[in-house]
Design a protein around this ligand. Structure first.
Ligand SMILES: NC(=O)c1ccc[n+]([C@@H]2O[C@H](COP(=O)([O-])OP(=O)(O)OC[C@H]3O[C@@H](n4cnc5c(N)ncnc54)[C@H](O)[C@@H]3O)[C@@H](O)[C@H]2O)c1
Length: 345
């Protein structure tokens, strides 16, 4: 078995998880980590059995590194991912795929030019209730999808405006970009790219300048399906809810574990004669396995030359959808997906 050497740039909340998975997986080892905060890099390196690189430039130039995980604030993702691809590495970069559609397209172009693989960290696809719901939809359990409804949020915190998520230059967008991109990616995974979108953004509570703390969206699909979502940094009690309705039943995912509550999937099958549906609730207790499963998909996908979930094209679709949503929020009008104004994916 080939063991891939992994380097992790950014040793914060997510980078430390990636380093742990790289160290644990039988087909990878964590070789080096880098962070502008040396104390963080040293802690993560010690836990993962890795060395501390002087900076990300040194890390991506290391010949014993085959794959680079980029887990910095959004404003650095594209620059570091493109440099790593140009250095011949495969890249797992955290969501969103850069700050905007232009950065996402530049990352995809760099991967194509270098003949290297890119995966975008859409870890929600690996949450067991969501993955199972996707399988049920694909198997036809609920018939033809007709609409979807999602809610995702947390309550942010005082001082958010001094963190990178509250800085437009480093974040690229507010809550629509931060957690909304997961919802946008899941809707794409379940329903395909939208035909047109409509969005309203709000700056309701937090002093975040031009960045929104709430976003509301309606998306329409070529086949007639419709989706809506609300994503919020004023969701005082954390919430994740993803519902999809078909001609024959519905799939409802609630919770993501931890502060979002127990993860569950409720499958309801419409009674043909009317009345109460046949309902089954599947609970997925226990630790969050999405990081483990996403890393496994990345590493084994590279080894086997197999497509993995959440590739560069999926990242570009998500960023094109965000671009259309922001264009709609600015104009107050529906925006076609992939229009010249909001950006052709
Ligand atoms: N998939 C998910 O659910 C999920 C959840 C949270 C965050 N994320 C994404 O992960 C990324 C990181 O988020 P986080 O919550 O871990 O942030 P964080 O602030 O906890 O960590 C970011 C780290 O990057 C370091 N850093 C900044 N600039 C650097 C540079 N030039 N070189 C090296 N290190 C640098 C910081 O010092 C910090 O340690 C973001 O893109 C975010 O959108 C994904």
């Amino acid at each position: 078995m080939t063991i891939l050497g992994a380097g992790v740039v950014g040793c914060g909340l997510i980078g430390s998880r990636r380093a742990a998975e790289a160290a644990r997986h039988p087909a990878s080892r964590c070789v080096a980590v880098a962070d502008t905060d040396i104390g963080r890099a040293e802690r993560v390196a010690a836990e993962a059995g890795a060395r501390v690189a002087r900076d990300w430039h040194e890390l991506i130039a290391s010949p014993d590194i085959d794959v680079v995980c980029v887990a910095t604030p959004n404003g650095r993702l594209a620059q570091i991912a493109i440099a790593a691809l140009n250095a011949g590495k495969h890249v797992l970069l955290e969501k969103p795929m850069g700050r905007n559609l232009d950065e996402a397209r530049a990352i995809r172009a760099a991967a194509r030019a270098a003949g290297r693989r890119v995966k975008v960290g859409f870890n929600h696809r690996y949450h067991p209730a969501i993955a199972r719901a996707h399988g049920e939809l694909a198997n036809g359990t609920i018939g033809t999808p007709i609409n979807a409804r999602a809610r995702y949020g947390h309550g942010a915190r005082p001082g958010y405006e001094r963190e990178w998520r509250g800085n437009a230059e480093l974040a690229g967008g507010g809550e629509l970009t931060d957690q909304g991109v997961h919802v946008v990616d899941l809707l794409h995974w379940f329903l395909g790219p939208p035909r047109d979108v409509y969005a309203v953004t709000q700056r309701a509570v937090w002093p975040l300048g031009e960045l929104e703390d709430n976003a509301f969206a309606v998306l329409r699909y070529a086949g007639g399906a419709v989706a809506s979502f609300h994503t919020s940094w004023t969701q005082w009690r954390n919430l994740f809810s993803f519902e999809i309705f078909g001609t024959a039943g519905s799939l409802v995912v609630e919770g993501l574990g931890g502060s979002y509550g127990e993860e569950s999937l409720t499958i309801a099958l419409r009674a043909p004669e009317g009345g109460a549906p046949l309902t089954e609730r599947l609970a997925f207790a226990g630790p969050d396995t999405s990081w483990r499963d996403e890393w496994d998909d990345f590493i084994t996908g590279i080894g086997a030359g197999r497509a993995f979930l959440g590739d560069a094209d999926d990242g570009v679709v998500a960023m094109a959808t965000l671009a259309a949503l922001y264009a709609s929020a600015r104009s107050g009008l529906p925006e076609p997906y992939g229009s010249r104004r909001s950006g052709d994916p």
